[in-house]
Design a binder for this molecule. Structure first.
Ligand code: MTE
Ligand code: MO
Length: 501
């Protein structure tokens, strides 16, 4: 863009304040002043980099290196750096806060590496009912804290407690309370985001999961209900509806130990009713499949809120605040809202709060979903004299709703057949926290068998659709539910495979 003026680096550096923020990137100068509250990663991080070059920051938060981000910024380009200044701008370096992150299993496909977000290959999800720890999808917004178990503290504050602030050590949690185990499936609200992202419908939010941001484990820990009782809450009376929460408490706010360079911690909140529900099974978990929690999954303690969205399963949990208000964390009130399809990031959400915030409800329970895991996308299947094909997959619904039926199709959804369901554990009515796996062996239609006999290859379009206990179903297409934050994506997943005789 030689039409734009050359701006000296010193001049860029002066624009480093709220409402006046310039940045450089690869020789270009941008004025992003309007964007302060729109930044998906939060205003403080944007401010921290104001007046400077973006490259070193983006080197850490690598999700920015997607074509459409820089393309979109082009509109706000106001000038260029001289070649000498461009070189100077990039010299800036700072420590890599992700240096102490754990090593990940090579079969976790990274969606982003810093922070680490990785999903298992979905064909591995049907190899066992419980997902092995090292293959469990991992969703980190920040670097993984390195916590020593002796130093770990859980701090509880809020209305109606016996003290203003109650502190538990890891040993307290493990010895003062009964251990409770629960098998639940977690899914990231943005699972399948990549599916929603195309030329016309851009999604600025990362990570762009393919489909594997869903896994199942057996978690062990202490019931939050028991801990709240120890703090002075009459949880039985609350559960029976004989009392209302002290001081009108409506939300359980949480904060993790993980924080960004500006000290902003991860957090969120969930409705308090879930916490005192006797069958709710909200636990402060310290075990995952019989082992200490792995660092990536919240060592030493994380929150587990069965049936609720992944984002609220706060890892490395440090603080619990019982409050009348929802958490003010961007992770709660910004990232996980479901807007109508006419709301776009560029037009409506780049400035925050947007005009129609109340029309974007915050997600807690996710919609019914299912997908064929095996054969996986793009598989070529040896099919000499084949007469049938076996499909395997997983299905799950939020809020403890049971999967009642899963239908499968090999022709993209023209013909459907109910699959066999597999759930080897017993969960209660409306407390079906864990997924249902399904499998079906379908006879190949005569004309396909004939083609294979003649030595011709055949393409199949494998798909599935589930029905949950509220008889909610999966939509065929996502367009009517497209939303700019890219959440609650549950349309039919198509696995395109080839039979090769
Ligand atoms: N807790 C903390 N402290 N920090 C995080 O970045 N990510 C959340 C949630 N809890 C997150 C967190 C999100 S968005 C999801 S989907 C789940 O953790 C993922 O849990 P997992 O990594 O154990 O699969
Ligand atoms: Mo998530």
């Amino acid at each position: 863009r030689p039409d734009l003026p050359t701006i000296p680096l010193e001049q860029v550096a002066e624009h480093n304040d709220e409402g006046d923020m310039w940045y450089t990137f690869r020789g270009a100068v941008y004025d992003m002043s309007f964007f302060l509250n729109g930044h998906p990663g939060g205003a403080p991080r944007l401010l921290m980099a104001a007046g400077q070059d973006l490259e070193p920051y983006w080197d850490i938060y690598r999700q920015h290196f997607r074509g459409h981000v820089i393309q979109w910024m082009e509109k706000y380009r106001i000038g260029n750096l001289s070649p000498e200044d461009d070189e100077k701008a990039r010299e800036f370096t700072h420590g890599d806060m992700f240096e102490t992150d754990p090593i990940r299993h090579p079969d976790l496909l990274p969606a982003t590496s810093k922070p680490f977000n990785g999903e298992p290959r979905i064909e591995r999800l049907t190899e066992s009912y419980i997902t092995p720890n090292e293959l469990f999808y991992t969703r980190n917004h920040l670097a993984v804290p390195d916590l020593c178990p002796e130093e770990y503290r859980l701090i509880i504050k809020g209305k109606g407690l016996k003290k203003k602030k109650i502190v538990y050590t890891l040993k307290d949690l493990k010895t003062k309370f009964k251990k409770h185990e629960v098998i639940t499936t977690l899914q990231c609200a943005g699972n399948r985001r990549e599916d929603l992202h195309d030329k016309e419908h851009k999604i600025f939010i990362s990570p762009h999961w393919v489909i594997g941001a869903m896994s199942t484990a057996k978690w062990g820990g202490v019931k939050l209900r028991d801990v709240l009782e120890d703090c002075g809450w009459d949880v039985d009376a609350l559960a029976l509806g004989e009392k209302l929460p002290p001081g009108g408490v409506k939300h359980v706010q949480m904060e993790g130990y993980d924080q960004d360079e500006t000290g902003y911690t991860y957090g969120g909140s969930f409705p308090v009713e879930k916490a005192f529900d006797g069958l709710g099974e909200v636990i402060l978990a310290y075990e995952m499949n019989g082992e200490d929690l792995p660092r990536d999954h919240g060592y030493p303690v994380r929150m587990l809120i069965p049936g609720h969205v992944g984002a609220r399963q706060v890892k490395w949990i440090h603080k619990i605040i019982l409050s009348n208000e929802e958490s003010k964390k961007s992770y709660q009130c910004k990232s996980y809202r479901h807007f109508a399809p006419d709301i776009t990031f560029e037009k409506d959400l780049a400035e925050w709060p947007p005009a129609r915030l109340d029309q974007g409800p915050i997600i807690h329970e996710q919609p019914v979903t299912s997908f064929v895991c095996n054969p996986p996308q793009n598989a070529t299947i040896g099919a000499k004299n084949a007469r049938e094909i076996t499909l395997k997959g997983v299905s799950w619904s939020g809020g403890g709703r049971k999967i009642e039926r899963v239908d499968v199709s090999i022709d993209g959804g023209k013909n459907w057949t109910a699959a066999e369901l597999f759930k080897p554990i017993d969960q209660r009515y409306n407390h079906h926290w864990a997924w249902t796996q399904f499998y079906a062996t379908l006879k190949l239609p005569e004309e396909i068998q004939k083609k294979l006999k003649r030595g011709e290859k055949v393409n199949l379009d494998l798909t599935s659709k589930a029905v949950d206990s509220a008889f909610n179903v999966q939509p065929e297409k996502m367009a009517p539910y497209w939303n700019p934050r890219g959440i609650a994506i549950n349309h039919w997943y198509h696995s395109k495979v080839e039979l090769d005789p």
